[in-house]
Design a protein around this ligand. Structure first.
Ligand code: HEC
Ligand code: HEC
Ligand code: HEC
Ligand code: HEC
Ligand code: HEC
Length: 259
C-alpha cells in the first residue's frame, strides 16, 4: 500500500493541478518527508519522529493559529484528530501548495482548487485528491453511477459521504443508512440505505472474525486467506457501489465462517 501511495504522490506532483514548472523543485522536500515517514514506520518511531521539524511545514504552523472560517468543510482540529495526521499526511499532501513559504498567498500558490462551495466539480476534485494515494478506491468509485453523475454536473455521493472530509473515518452500520437516505428516500423493502446497512454489518462481522481469529476454529490457513480475499473483494465492490457484488463476496466469506 505504501509503495503505491508513494508512487502516486509523485505522479500527482508532476502531472496534477499543482504540477507545471515549479513541480520538480518541490519534489525534493516531499521525498525527504516520505523518507522520514518510512524510517519512522520501520523503526516504530511513531509520529514524534515523523513530525520532527515543524519549521519545515508552514501550513500547519500558520493554520493552527488562525480561526476556523464557518464555510470551511473541515477544521484544523478535524485533521489533527484523523489517522492521516498521525502518519504525516499533512495539509500539503492533499492540498498541494508550497510548504516553505510563510506568506499565505505564496504558500497557497498551486493548491488543488477544492474551495468555493460544495459543487459536483469540487466533489470530483476532492475525490481525485484522495485517489492520488488511494488509487484502487478511486478506480472503483470512478466506475460508479455516482461518479458519472458528478461528471454530468449532478449531485451524488463521493468519498466524504462515507469518510468525512479529512478522510480516515469510516461510517458504521449505525450511521450509513442516514447518509444514503439523504438522497435515497424510497421506503420500499430492499431499499438502498437498508441494504447498505445490512451489508456493512456483514462486512464488519467478517473483519472482526479476521482480526480476532477463534483459536478453536477448524478453518485452515487457506480458508482464512480466502475469507480475507472475500473481504477485500467486498470492499472493492463497495467502492464501485456495486451492492450485489458486495453481497456475493460477503456471502462467500460468511458461509465459510458459519461452517
Ligand atoms: C501565513 C499563514 C498561512 C500559511 C503559511 C498557509 N495558509 Fe492557508 N490560509 C491562511 C488564511 C489566513 C486563509 C484564509 C484567507 C485566504 O484564503 O487567504 C487560508 C486559506 C486556506 C485554504 C482555503 C482556501 C480557499 O480557497 O477557500 C486552504 C485550503 C489552505 N489555506 C491551505 C493551506 C496549505 C495547504 C498551506 C501550505 C502549503 C497553507 N494553507 C499555508 C493562512 C495561511
Ligand atoms: C486527507 C486530505 C486532506 C488533508 C490532510 C487536509 N485537507 Fe483540507 N480539505 C480536503 C478536502 C477534500 C477539502 C474539500 C472539502 C470537501 O470536499 O469535503 C478540504 C477543504 C479544506 C478547506 C476549506 C476550503 C473551502 O473553501 O471550502 C480548508 C481551509 C482546508 N481544507 C485546510 C486544510 C489545512 C490547513 C490542512 C492541514 C492542517 C488540511 N486542510 C488537511 C482534504 C484534506
Ligand atoms: C498523501 C497521501 C494520502 C492522501 C492524499 C489521502 N490519504 Fe488516506 N491514507 C493514506 C495512508 C498512507 C493511509 C494509511 C494506509 C492505508 O490505509 O492505506 C491512509 C488511510 C486512509 C483510510 C483508512 C483509515 C483506517 O482507519 O484504516 C481512509 C478511510 C482514508 N485514508 C481516506 C482518505 C480520503 C477520503 C482522502 C481524501 C480526502 C484521503 N484518504 C487522502 C494516505 C493518503
Ligand atoms: C458508500 C460509502 C463509501 C464511499 C463513497 C467511499 N468509501 Fe472508502 N470505505 C467504505 C467502507 C465501508 C470501508 C471499510 C471497508 C472495510 O473495513 O472493509 C472503506 C474503506 C476505505 C479505505 C481503507 C481501506 C483499507 O484498506 O483499510 C480507504 C483508503 C478508502 N475507503 C478510501 C476511499 C476513497 C478514496 C473514496 C473515494 C474515491 C472512498 N473511499 C469512497 C465506504 C466508502
Ligand atoms: C448526494 C446524493 C446521494 C447520496 C448521498 C447517495 N446517493 Fe446513491 N445515487 C444518487 C443518485 C442521484 C443515483 C442515480 C439514480 C439513478 O440513476 O436512477 C444514485 C445511485 C445509486 C446506486 C445505483 C447504482 C447503479 O449502478 O445504478 C446505488 C447502489 C447507490 N446509489 C448507493 C448509495 C449508497 C450505498 C449511499 C450511501 C452510502 C448513497 N448511494 C448515497 C445519489 C446519492
Amino acid at each position: 500500500m505504501f509503495i503505491v501511495s508513494q508512487e502516486s504522490i509523485v505522479g500527482r506532483r508532476t502531472s496534477g493541478p499543482s504540477g507545471g514548472q515549479g513541480a520538480p523543485r518541490r519534489l525534493r522536500p516531499r521525498w525527504a518527508r516520505l523518507a522520514v515517514l518510512v524510517v519512522a514506520l520501520i523503526f516504530g518511531g511513531g509520529t514524534a519522529a515523523a513530525n520532527g521539524t515543524p519549521e519545515e511545514d508552514t501550513c500547519t504552523r500558520c493554520h493552527s493559529g488562525i480561526p476556523q472560517d464557518p464555510r470551511w468543510q473541515h477544521s484544523y482540529q478535524d485533521w489533527q484528530d484523523s489517522l492521516h495526521a498521525n502518519i504525516n499526511v499533512d495539509c500539503h499532501s492533499c492540498h498541494g501548495g508550497d510548504t516553505h513559504s510563510s506568506d499565505a498567498p505564496e504558500a497557497h500558490r498551486g493548491m488543488v482548487p477544492v474551495g468555493g462551495g460544495d459543487t459536483p466539480q469540487t466533489r470530483l476534485m476532492a475525490a481525485r485528491m484522495c485517489g492520488a494515494c488511494h488509487p484502487d478506491k478511486y478506480w472503483g468509485f470512478s466506475h460508479s453511477r455516482h461518479y458519472q453523475r458528478l461528471q454530468e454536473g449532478k449531485p451524488a455521493a463521493y468519498c466524504h459521504t462515507c469518510h468525512t472530509t479529512v478522510g480516515s473515518r469510516v461510517l458504521t452500520p449505525q450511521t450509513i443508512a442516514a447518509a444514503c437516505r439523504k438522497c435515497h428516500d424510497d421506503p420500499s423493502p430492499g431499499n438502498i440505505p437498508q441494504v447498505a446497512e445490512t451489508l456493512l454489518t456483514h462486512l464488519y462481522q467478517v473483519r472482526l472474525a479476521l482480526a480476532f481469529r477463534d483459536p478453536e476454529s477448524r478453518l485452515t490457513d487457506e480458508q482464512w486467506q480466502a475469507i480475507a480475499e472475500a473481504a477485500t473483494a467486498a470492499m472493492n465492490a463497495w467502492h464501485e457501489f456495486d451492492l450485489p457484488a458486495v453481497d456475493r463476496a460477503l456471502s462467500l466469506g460468511t458461509a465459510m465462517l458459519d461452517e
